[in-house]
Design a protein around this ligand. Structure first.
Ligand code: KIV
Ligand code: ZN
Length: 511
């Protein structure tokens, strides 16, 4: 058993409890404002959900459109292991559309709260029970499995809610669902309502929690703790308004924290999330739990060093990146320490001395402080710029200041200040652009000694975007034909060019 400082992670009543996962990405998920999946995309998602191991997938609402009916039917006949479910109101025509879509389970629903009952379907409480019972009986007469949802259950008068559930259970219903349709339950409220229902009902209880207050996952976990055995979830938590309980968070919470069991092959969670992210166009914030880009990323020196030593130090341990198909990343940024940079360089086979490593770290922090993210390619460019430099004692030129002026009414002009053998030298020049002006000014600080040819000059933008790191590569040749090359990487293109030229001149005129 996993332990944390002597406290059991697992809750005894939940340990090894088998949870069934009902995915409604293709139905409630598709009701996300702005999301509309094509037939092919729905089929791809269905195959992926099957691969992920969901027990039941709600493939659509067949009566809602011919397109929905066609895609539900195709998914039903795709030879999947997952049970395919269709949604229906408590109306024969809806249920018939589910039958015609060849589903294995019909999910029928009717509003039970006063507010929805009075203002949407305008039926009395007794009429609602009659409709629900008739629907369940009709489904069962056709030999199909049936799940019944009391829509807006959590705002329904509790004794009436139990009465409805008892009536459908009597009619032969296989599963009842408790939807928190407008996401208003607190975790303790969800626990209580589920516990009360479980005391009266013998068939399996399923919960469907919406995320209006960000509590959908917490409420689902509490419902399971109180006796529910099935959770309705969606990939990336998409769904009506603020969405539904997220599958990956719910499943990892239940299995990793509570010790419950499910059929989900968790190693496909990230892959599935990415597919739905692409198809739905709903982008995940990087700090999304479990599957988000930062879920296993570490930047601060203390965290990175700890994780490199032993991952459990700053990760849950009971959930590893491998378990969910993720990757651990050490992100280089302004909080990065030497340890993490060294590890990244070592893994790329780049060896540095201590002063070189310090300079690389210093440059990374400097660039990160300007709000730029450092990629591996950025790191390698910075490292090769530092490694290709003359050591500090060998440097003839120590750059102090660079300023450039440019614009549509100004001739680009640069002023460069440097120390040469303890003397401060200032030079200024103009050019066709700021880089040209700055390079000429740098040449001028050597005065008469300036006997070299610029043999090669290349600028690459390492990553995309206006803040990309400019990687400048320079080759110089002296009058004896000796060639040296140097580079520098800096988000400021003028500075990258000047630094690369100074690096190359220092190699050529090494003391
Ligand atoms: O939110 C809800 O109540 C629903 C039902 C159809 C279960 O989506
Ligand atoms: Zn819903």
């Amino acid at each position: 058993m996993k332990q944390k400082e002597g406290i059991d992670f697992y809750i005894d009543s939940m340990k090894n409890k088998k949870i069934s996962v009902f995915d409604t990405t293709l139905r409630d998920g598709e009701q996300t404002p702005g999301v509309s999946l094509t037939f092919e995309q729905k089929l791809d998602i269905a195959y992926q959900l099957d691969k992920l191991g969901v027990d039941i997938m709600e493939a659509g609402f067949p009566i809602s459109s011919e397109g929905d009916k066609e895609s539900v039917k195709s998914i039903s006949n795709a030879g999947l292991d997952t049970v395919v479910c269709g949604l229906s109101r408590v109306l024969k025509k809806d249920i018939d559309a589910c039958f015609e879509s060849d589903v294995g389970l019909v999910h029928t629903f009717v509003p039970t709260s006063d507010v929805q009952r009075i203002h949407t379907i305008r039926k009395s409480r007794e009429e609602v029970i009659e409709l629900a019972v008739d629907a369940v009986e009709y489904i069962k007469e056709h030999g199909l499995k049936c799940m019944f949802s009391a829509m807006d259950a959590t705002r329904t008068e509790p004794s009436y809610l139990v009465e409805v559930f008892k009536a459908v259970q009597e009619a032969g219903c296989d599963i009842i669902n408790v939807p928190d349709t407008v996401g208003v339950m607190s975790p303790s409220g969800m626990y209580r309502i589920t516990k009360d229902i479980a005391a009266e009902i013998t068939i399996p209880i399923d919960v469907h929690c919406h995320n209006d207050f960000g509590l959908a996952v917490a409420n689902s976990l509490m419902a399971v703790e109180a006796g529910a055995s099935q959770v309705q979830v969606t990939i990336n938590g998409i769904g009506e308004r603020a969405g539904n309980a997220d599958l990956s968070q719910t499943v990892m919470g239940l299995t990793a924290i509570y010790g419950a069991k499910s059929n989900i092959r968790t190693e496909y969670l990230v892959e599935t999330s990415k597919l739905v992210e692409n198809y739905s166009g709903i982008r995940l914030p990087p700090n999304t739990p479990v599957v988000g880009q930062n879920a296993f990323s570490h930047e601060s020196g203390i965290h990175s060093q700890g994780v490199l030593e032993k991952s459990d130090t700053f990760e849950p341990g009971i959930m590893t990146p491998e378990m969910v198909g993720h990757k651990r990343r050490i992100v280089l940024g302004k909080h990065t320490g030497k340890h993490a940079v060294k590890q990244s360089l070592d893994s790329a086979g780049i060896k540095t001395s201590d002063p070189q490593l310090e300079e690389i770290v210093c440059r990374i922090k400097d660039i990160a402080n300007r709000g730029k993210q450092i990629t591996d390619v950025d790191l390698y460019a910075i490292a090769s710029a530092v490694l290709g430099k003359a050591s500090s004692e060998e440097e003839l030129i120590k750059l102090k200041e660079v300023s450039v002026m440019t614009g549509n009414r100004t001739t680009p002009t640069a002023v460069v200040k440097a120390m040469i053998e303890g003397r401060e030298v200032v030079a200024a020049n103009t050019g066709v652009g700021p880089v040209d002006a700055a390079l000429k000014a740098v040449r001028d600080i050597l005065g008469e000694q300036n006997h070299f040819k610029l043999q090669e000059f290349r600028i690459d933008a390492i990553t995309g975007g206006a803040d990309a790191l400019a990687d400048v590569y320079i080759g110089l040749e002296n009058e004896k034909g000796r060639i040296v090359t140097a580079r520098s990487a800096n988000p400021d293109i003028v500075m990258a060019s000047v630094e690369a030229l100074v690096n190359a001149m220092n190699l050529l005129y090494k003391k």
